[in-house]
Structure formats: C-alpha cells, structure tokens
Design a protein around this ligand. Sequence first.
Ligand code: MGD
Ligand code: MGD
Ligand code: MO
Length: 782
Amino acid sequence: MSTHNQADQKPVARYKPYKGPAGGWGALISVAQAWLTSDNALKNIRMMLKTNQNGGFDCPGCAWGDSPESGMVKFCENGAKAVNWEATKRRVDGAFFAKHSVSSLLEQSDYWLEYQGRLTEPMSYDAETDRYRPISWEDAFSLIARHLLNLPSPDMAEFYTSGRASNEAAYLYQLFVRAYGTNNFPDCSNMCHEASGVALAQSVGVGKGTVTFDDFEHSDAIFVWGQNPGTNHPRMLEPLREAVKRGAQVVCVNPLKERGLERFQHPQNPLEMLTNGNRPTNTAYLRPALGGDMALLRGMAKFLLQWERDAQKAGTAAVFDHDFLNTHTAQVLEYLGTIDDTPWEQIVEQSGLTLVEIEQAARMYAKGKNVIMCWAMGITQHRHSVATIQEIANLMLLRGNVGRPGAGLCPVRGHSNVQGDRTMGINERPPVAFLDSLERRFQFKVPRDNGHNVVEAIHAMLEGRSKVFIGLGGNFAQATPDSERTFQALRNCDLTVQISTKLNRSHLAHGKDALILPCLGRTDIDLQAGGPQAVTVEDSFSMVHASNGQLQPLSVHMRSEPWILAGIASATLGNRPVDWSWLAADYGRIRDLIADTIPGFKEFNERLKHPGGFYLGNAAGARQWNTSSGRANFRANLLPRDLIDERTRASGQLPDLILQSMRSHDQYNTTIYGLDDRYRGVKGQRDVLFANEADIIRLGFKPGQKADIVSLWNDGRERRVKGFTLLAFDIPAGQAAAYYPEVNPLVPLESTGDGSHTPTSKFIAIRLEAASDNGLIMARSA
Ligand SMILES: Nc1nc2c(c(=O)[nH]1)N[C@H]1C(S)=C(S)[C@@H](COP(=O)(O)OP(=O)(O)OC[C@H]3O[C@@H](n4cnc5c(=O)[nH]c(N)nc54)[C@H](O)[C@@H]3O)O[C@H]1N2
Ligand SMILES: Nc1nc2c(c(=O)[nH]1)N[C@H]1C(S)=C(S)[C@@H](COP(=O)(O)OP(=O)(O)OC[C@H]3O[C@@H](n4cnc5c(=O)[nH]c(N)nc54)[C@H](O)[C@@H]3O)O[C@H]1N2
Ligand SMILES: [Mo]
C-alpha cells in the first residue's frame, strides 16, 4: 500500500502565473479531484454537508467563525481538503512500522509521511531494531508515569499543545499538568498570534478580537493586514466581497498580490459560477516592505493628527472621537507627542510606500465611520509585532473604532481551537485569577512560576534542563525554527510522546524512549462509557459551540484525546485531584468543571444546546477596559531604529534579500496535501524562492536556476537550505518569499519578537549562493 501511492509519484514542476479568480471553478475542480482521488469519496461528500452545521462537526481547518444562520453550506475548498485528509481509509499500523525503520522514514518528505494514512495503534520505539512496535495503552501510560515521576523536578517536562485540541481535552491537560506541578505549556500560539494576545491585553485589556461575525455586515471600511484569506481563511472572502458590493472600502496591505484578496468567485453561487463572473474583494491594495506595517500605521496616524489640527483651526468637524478619547482612553497626549516625534522620512523609508499611498490609506481609514482591522501572520511574526499591533489599536482608538457595532479589532486566528485552548488555560504565563480559581476548586497547590514557551522549551531540552516532551497534537519538530537545533533538542530527551492523528517528522526526531499515541480527530465518532461525546471549540469571534464526530473510527485502538489524557493522568497521579476516568467517561462532567473555574462558562452544558452555541463576551467589545489604568491605553512605541537585527548586521555581511516564509494553497501548516500552489501559479514543487526578476539578475542568477539560501546571524552557525528554484515573481524589490516549513532551518532560535518570543518567520535576512548540489527534494534529516 505504502509503496504504490500518489505520494510516491515524482511530480512535474511547473510555474505559470494564475489568471482565474480565487474560489470559483478552480476551487471546485480542486475539491472534486480531492474527493475522486480519495478512497472515501461518497462518505466525504456526506461529511462536507455536516461541516459547521448544528449537530455536525466543527471544521478542523481554520478558526474563522460562521454566520449563526443554519442551513447554508458552510465549507470551503481548503476545509474540504482538511476533512478529506483526516477521513482517509489508509492506515499506519504495526505492519507499516515493521516494514519501515525510523532512519528510512526520515528520508521521506513531509508529504509522503502524512499521506500514508491515519495512525491506528499505540507504538513504542525500539532502539535495537530502529523501529516502532505496538504497545498496549496500559504499558504506554505506565512508561510515561515512570518517566514523569522520576524527574527531579516537574519543571523538567514540556507539555506542548497544537490548536486543534478541543476545550475539554485542553482543560483536562492543563489540570493534569498543573496538578503534576508545572506551567511548562509551550503551544502553537507562541509561534502564531502570541503578539496579538500580548499587545491587545496591554492596549484594551483583552487578548482577543473585539468583533463578532455580524460586525462585518455593518462596517464601512475593512483593513486586511498581512493575511492571505484566499488560502488560509477562505470563508472570510464572502464577507469581504459582500462589503465591496455594499460600497464599503476593503483595503489590503500585503507585499504579495494574493489572488483571494483581488477577486473572488463564490463556488456556491450558481449564477456567478455559470457566467464566470467574479467580484473584486478589495478597493485598494498597498504593498509595504516586510515589517513596514508599523511605519505605515504611524504615517496614517500622523496624517490624522495633521487633519485634526487643521479641523480645529478651521472650526470644521473633528477627525478624532473626542468623547471616546475623554471617557475611555489613557495616555493619548503622550502618544500624540510620539507621532510628532516620528519623522516622515523614517516613515516613508521603513514602510516601503510613498507618501501618497500612506495618505490614501489614511483617507480611507478616516472616511470610514465604522472600521474593522483584521490581521494575521504577516503582522505577528516580526521582532516588533507587539508594537505594530499596538499601533493598530492606537489608530483605532483615535476614532473610537473599538466597542461599537461594525467596528473593532480582529486578529484572525489560525488553528480551529487555538483561541479556546488559551481560554482553557493552555498558557505558560497563566493569569493569577485563573490559578486562584483552580486552587479553590481543586484544593491543591497550583504552581505559580511562569513556564516555558516554545523557544524556551527548545533551549531547555538542548541544555538538558528538560528531559520529557509530550505533544498534544501538532508537529513540534517541523513547525519550530532552527530545525537542526530543535531536532537535537527532541533527541536529547529521555522520553518523547506524540498524541497524533497522522505520521509526521516529530515521531522521527525522538527521545531515547518514544511513544506514538493515535487519537481520534474532529470527524471521528467519539464513543465513551457515557455514550457518544461532543466536544466544544471557540472561534475567532469568541463563539463557543459543539462539534460531533460523524465517522466510524478506523480502529478500536484509536482513542479520544480526553481518554488518553485521563489515562496518562491517572497512571501518574492516581485519583488526584479528580477521578480522571470518571471525567473522561462523560465530557459533560469536564464542562461542569470548566463552568466552575472559567468566567463566561456558567451553565456550559445547558447553553450548548442553543443552536450555533453561545458568545463568551468580550469586555473591550463592551467598552469595559480590564487594564491597569481601567481605560484603553494608547501605547507610545517608537518605530524600530532599524528593521534589520543588529545580530544580523554583526554577522559582518549584508543581506541580499529579506525572506518571509508562508503557506502554499496545498498545505495545512506542516501537513502538505499536495505540491501545487494554484493562486501563485506553482505546480509540483515546494523548494522554490519567489523573488523579483531584477533582484535575481542583480544577484548573478537567472530565473529558473537553483540556489542555496543562507541566513545571516552572528552566532557562527551555518543555516542553509539547498537547491531552491528561483521564480521571477511580482514581489517588491529586496523581498523574497518561500514556503514554511521548508525554510525553517534558516530561522535562528534567538530571532524572536520583543515581548512575544515568536520566531520572526516573516523576516529572515538571507544571502543566495550558487547551488551546492542538484537540489533533490531534501528530507529534513538534521
Ligand atoms: N488552508 C490552510 N488554512 C490555514 C492554515 C494553513 O496552513 N492552510 N494555517 C492556519 C494557521 S495555524 C494560521 S496562523 C493561519 C495563517 O494565515 P496567514 O497569516 O494568512 O498565513 P501565511 O501564509 O503565513 O500568510 C501571511 C500573509 O502575510 C503576508 N506578509 C508576510 N509578511 C508581511 C509583512 O511584513 N507585512 C504585511 N502586511 N504582509 C506580510 C504574506 O504575503 C501572506 O499573504 O491560517 C490558518 N488556516
Ligand atoms: N517558518 C514558519 N514557521 C511557522 C509558521 C510560519 O508561518 N512560518 N507558522 C507557525 C504557526 S502560525 C503555527 S500555528 C505552527 C503550527 O504548528 P503545529 O500546530 O505544531 O503544526 P501542525 O502542522 O498544525 O500539526 C500537524 C500535526 O498535527 C496532528 N493532528 C492533526 N489533527 C489532530 C487532532 O485532531 N488531534 C491531535 N492530537 N493531533 C492532530 C497530525 O499528526 C499532524 O501531523 O507553526 C508555526 N511555524
Ligand atoms: Mo497559526
């Protein structure tokens, strides 16, 4: 089975710009292909109709929310791929591992690994044969307990979470880990929207978005910063297109002309499909320098301030919302002073835009009565991301655009329950009130010291300060920066445990002992002693709703995440502080504990019955400011003196280009569905570098040629990826783009966001060198 499949075929690499709109026939054809080549086609079509419906399951794709109206079909092309991928009939079982040694699997691509199918039995690593072999659940649990109980300190274990874990699983996990004794919760959020949480908590008192789905219908200007919704949040294209149709401004800020942000054809609108009509999704498109957004925002604020002063002199209508500023905000004068102190030259130079473009953006913002600002990874994965997001908040506060209908802040989350996991306490820096409430409810001494985030966890494992790694989902080895060091970090462990649905590289970069624990996914029926179980998730708009699996699991040895966590917990702690198996028998019992300890979840089980779920509420959205000042805070941050890090400069070389790493249309993070990137015109390849043709030539190469990419940092380590094909692309001069995770070896572990500790995946200083080999698709064996 594993040797005769699609993943074994060598694809033909092609590159030709894409002319169609986003969505539309291209999307339908792509979904149809996914279904037809799937081994579960009929079942999967039935599944799609259950996606995001009441009684159905929550799409395991992104965290975009839905209109509460039911009945509409609510899936997108990439949601269809995510469902299809999870619902495969192929299996990775004992027989598979008997055939393949770990070293031979390391030679395979990420695409090949996950293509092999669902993990169907618990496996344990055997060093003698270099193979995983089956182990019973019971033995797996005792092995984990033995390792955990032998550690000199609970702070020597790392408990990673990826954002697909349900609220119930996440709550149980954090309760177990804190009862065990540590706050070491590195999670995918640390690499994702951490900066949004940190920035917004200081600015408006809540680390989440303030808008709801309905706000999009009442907004007359929507800004989309550093986000590619056509690929990563396709259901967002519909409200953007509706907004344009209504006459609202949609302003896209992105160095790349992403197809979905330009034109969108709704694949579920028959008339539009037949006439091949499509509508623009934007009314303006600004293409800044990488990391130039804060300068652009500051420039917009500077125009606003100038117009406000002009209006005061002329006695015309004010530009600022003075009532709001007086009643609700703090430190506005300090902020206005900082605007005055920021010179235009610095703004223009750092933004990469002209003064005219900055003025145009400011006008569109000022014209909007109700403005929404959305953003994603193009904003959060920089060194100065916290300051940039606070500048978004500053600009919005000036005109009272927070806490009224049709307006607000909207960090668009990634993983389908990454926001919920934080709400449940997956947090290495937990709020004191949350810890107090756990202590009150469960009567044990809760650890109070901050734990490790992702980057700190890697350092701790590298230095031998942490010896056990447990991953609740995700692909830690591949999603993290500085791959060679991360691989070493995992290999230094005494035990690594991966609770997973599919085979990935994190199973292959393992500790001395290693376990693979196969779990159910969102689409699978979850049957426990108390009957079939629903789980819950929270979307980007703080809506909590239930998800019910629909498919019979492939094997009886696959278990739910809560069941697995309860097993680990009772093997390690016995019935302390709760009866773990009793909880896992009926998730309603876990929800009762959540209701007791987390604000906003009173009568959780009861409220879940409401179709579409319930709104958790957002204090900032209601103009209550949970900040130290009791008001919304303006934050007077300076623009970075230099976007290029001094540790890059200290390498003694200047970068040829600045590189951002991003997602193709055929991937879900480290899960590679295929080797195409339709909207960018790439087929059959992923080891590519998008660059401006003039830059390619300036650097002594020709389009289509291969090159090695080396990153610049002053620690004496060589960071290189080999044989990347140079594609001449419509990209601003001086910039380059390539796919994550292929370029993760280039991101230095020390290059992180100030205050967020997020790896700077959107700003990597690189040089190009003549290709050192013929650039075969490299398996990332470190
Ligand atoms: N199909 C699919 N859906 C997904 C995912 C997936 O992999 N596949 N991943 C999920 C996850 S976890 C997340 S976090 C989200 C990610 O969703 P996105 O944030 O859309 O993901 P990226 O591909 O990283 O895209 C970043 C975008 O920011 C732009 N950009 C890069 N640097 C800058 C900059 O300095 N300034 C500006 N203004 N723009 C910049 C890039 O050109 C690109 O369009 O999607 C989620 N949904
Ligand atoms: N260079 C660079 N690096 C990045 C980024 C970038 O833009 N550039 N983006 C960052 C971002 S935004 C994120 S969120 C992280 C993502 O980091 P992760 O969340 O760690 O990675 P994923 O690729 O989403 O994890 C995929 C694996 O999760 C497992 N899985 C899937 N579904 C389930 C499930 O329901 N339960 C369980 N237990 N396991 C499941 C499967 O085994 C699959 O192989 O990567 C970050 N890394
Ligand atoms: Mo993410």
